[in-house]
Design a protein around this ligand. Structure first.
Ligand SMILES: [Zn+2]
Ligand SMILES: [Zn+2]
Length: 447
C-alpha cells in the first residue's frame, strides 16, 4: 500500500527532524520524508494539528502465552501494544514453559506473526527453567532470534553464573537484561520499606536489595564488557550506583517504568493490590531521583513491565496477590502528561526513551522514520484529554494503578510495517468496524 501522511509535526531525533513533514509510505518502508513532496496521486491522511513519532518500542513486557492464556494471550497483548502506540515489544521468558529453549521461542514468534499487529521479540532465559542454576543454551536461543537474555521475574542470584552468562551474551552481541534483586535481602517482602509499608505491617523490600545487585552486575560488567541493561530501576540508591558506574566509564543502559516515575508507596495504602509490583513503589525522593536520572540520560529507557493478571488473583489479600501492573495502554499518555507537558523533557526525548534507545539496545528495526526505515509510526492528538478507563483496555489485565487519571497524549493511529493497526482507538482484527473506519478516514479531509 502506498499513502501519504500530510500536515503533521514529526519528531525524529535520529534523522535530525523536528517540524512539519510529509511522510510517504511505500509497502512496509518509509519512502520519503520532506517538508513538501508536491502533488501526489495517492491516498492522503491529513494530520493537521497532530504529532508523528517513530513507533514506540517496549523492551520489557510480559506476554502470558504459552501457559497463562487466562491472564492474556499474545494476541491480546499485541492489541494492547498497538492501542498504546507500541509497534514493537520484547517479551520476557517467564512463561509456562519458560522461553529457555528454541521451541518456546519459535512458538511465541509464530503466534505473534499470525496475530499480525506489533512486532514481538522474545527474550531468552539466562538459566534453564529460570532456576538460576545452569545456563540455558544461549547459542541455540540466539540462533532462534532472541534479542536478549533475562531471567526476569527472578534475579540471577549466583554471581558466577551471571558472569558466564555475560561472557556468552557478549560473544553473541546480545544484551543481558537484569532483574536486580538480592533475594536474601528482599526475603518475602511485598512493599517498600517506607512509612506506608511499615504502617500496613507488611514484610518489606529494602532499596538495598536492588542497589546491591545493581552494584554486583556493574562490577561484573566492568570486567566482562558486552551489553548490560538494568531493568526497572526503582530507588535513589540505585540511581547513585548508576552515577558511580557512569563516572567510572562502565557501559550500561537502564530503564524505569511509568509507575515508578509517577507513583509512590502511598498508592498501595489500604492494601490496594493494583499498586503491588516488584520492585515496589517507593518514596517521593526516589520518584524525583528517577525523573532526574531520565532527564540526564543515566536512565535512557522507559519500559512498561506490562504484567497482566486475572482480577480474581489480584483480589486476593494483599500478601498473596501477584506482583505486577499492566502498562502498554497508559505509558505514552503518562510520559506526555507528566513529563512533556510539565516541560521536564522534550518531544525528542520522548522518542529517545520510548523508541530510539530501546530499538538500539535490542538492535531491531524502529526508532526512526528516516527514508528506508520500517514504516512503524504513531500519531498523537496533543489536544485530546481523557481519563484512563481500564474497562476499555484491549489488554485482558485490568490491574492498573492509573484508573481515572486524566491524561493527554493518547495515540490515535499506529502503523506497523506500512499497515494501519490502530485507528481512533479501534484495533485491526479486534474491532468489527475497523476496515470501514480506515476507508472513511482516508477519504475524510482530516483525521
Ligand atoms: Zn523484573
Ligand atoms: Zn518484568
Amino acid at each position: 500500500m502506498e499513502l501519504l501522511f500530510r500536515g503533521g509535526i514529526l519528531y525524529d531525533p535520529a534523522a535530525g527532524w523536528a517540524g512539519p513533514a510529509e511522510i510517504l509510505i511505500k509497502g512496509d518502508r518509509v519512502e520519503a520524508v520532506a517538508g513538501s513532496l508536491g502533488k501526489v496521486d495517492l491516498p492522503v491522511i491529513d494530520l493537521r494539528g497532530k504529532i508523528v513519532l517513530p513507533g514506540l518500542v517496549d523492551m520489557h513486557a510480559h506476554l502470558r502465552e504459552p501457559g497463562e492464556e487466562g491472564k492474556e494471550t499474545i494476541a491480546d497483548g499485541c492489541a494492547a501494544a498497538v492501542a498504546g502506540g507500541f509497534t514493537s515489544l520484547a517479551c520476557m521468558p517467564n512463561t509456562y514453559p519458560p522461553a529457555d529453549n528454541k521451541t518456546v521461542v519459535s512458538y511465541i514468534r509464530e503466534r505473534a506473526r499470525r496475530t499480525g499487529l506489533a512486532r514481538v521479540y522474545p527474550v531468552g532465559a539466562i538459566s534453564k527453567g529460570l532456576e538460576g542454576k545452569e545456563l540455558s543454551n544461549m547459542w541455540e536461543l540466539a540462533s532462534e532470534g532472541v534479542k536478549g537474555f533475562s531471567d526476569d521475574g527472578r534475579p540471577v542470584m549466583d554471581g558466577g553464573l551471571m558472569l558466564r552468562a555475560m561472557q556468552f551474551a557478549s560473544s553473541l552481541q546480545l544484551p543481558i537484561i537484569s532483574h536486580c534483586e538480592d533475594l536474601s535481602i528482599a526475603e518475602d517482602g511485598v512493599v517498600h520499606a517506607g512509612p506506608t509499608g511499615y504502617q500496613m505491617g507488611l514484610p518489606v523490600i529494602r532499596p538495598a536489595a536492588e542497589a546491591a545487585m545493581i552494584a554486583r552486575d556493574l562490577l561484573l560488567q566492568e570486567e566482562v564488557g558486552g551489553k548490560l541493561h538494568l531493568a526497572h530501576i526503582s530507588s535513589q540508591k540505585s540511581v547513585a550506583m548508576l552515577k558511580w558506574a557512569a563516572e567510572r566509564g562502565v557501559p550500561f543502559t537502564a530503564e524505569v517504568t511509568p509507575h515508578h516515575l509517577f507513583l509512590t508507596e502511598e498508592a498501595a495504602k489500604e492494601f490496594f493490590s493494583d499498586a503491588k509490583m516488584n520492585p515496589p513503589l517507593r518514596e517521593i525522593e526516589d520518584q524525583k531521583a528517577l525523573q532526574k536520572a531520565l532527564q540526564k540520560d543515566l536512565i535512557g529507557v522507559v519500559a512498561t513491565d506490562h504484567a497482566p493478571h486475572r482480577p480474581q488473583d489480584k483480589e486476593n489479600d494483599f500478601l498473596s496477590a501477584p506482583f505486577g501492573v499492566v502498562g502498554l495502554e497508559t505509558a505514552l499518555p503518562l510520559v506526555i502528561t507528566r513529563l512533556l507537558c510539565q516541560e521536564l523533557i522534550s518531544w525528542e526525548r520522548v522518542v529517545e526513551i520510548l523508541s530510539l534507545t530501546p530499538a538500539r539496545i535490542l538492535n531491531i528495526p524502529g526508532g526512526t522514520l528516516a527514508p528506508g526505515s520500517a514504516a512503524d509510526l504513531v500519531v498523537i492528538d496533543p489536544q485530546e484529554e481523557r481519563p484512563v478507563e481500564k474497562e476499555n483496555f484491549y489488554s485482558r489485565g485490568r490491574n492498573t494503578p492509573f484508573q481515572g487519571w486524566v491524561l493527554k497524549g493518547f495515540p490515535i493511529l499506529t502503523m506497523v510495517g506500512g499497515d494501519i493497526k490502530m485507528l481512533a482507538g479501534k484495533v485491526k482484527g479486534f474491532s468489527p468496524d475497523f476496515p470501514a473506519l480506515i476507508n472513511e478516514s482516508l477519504l475524510k479531509e482530516s483525521l
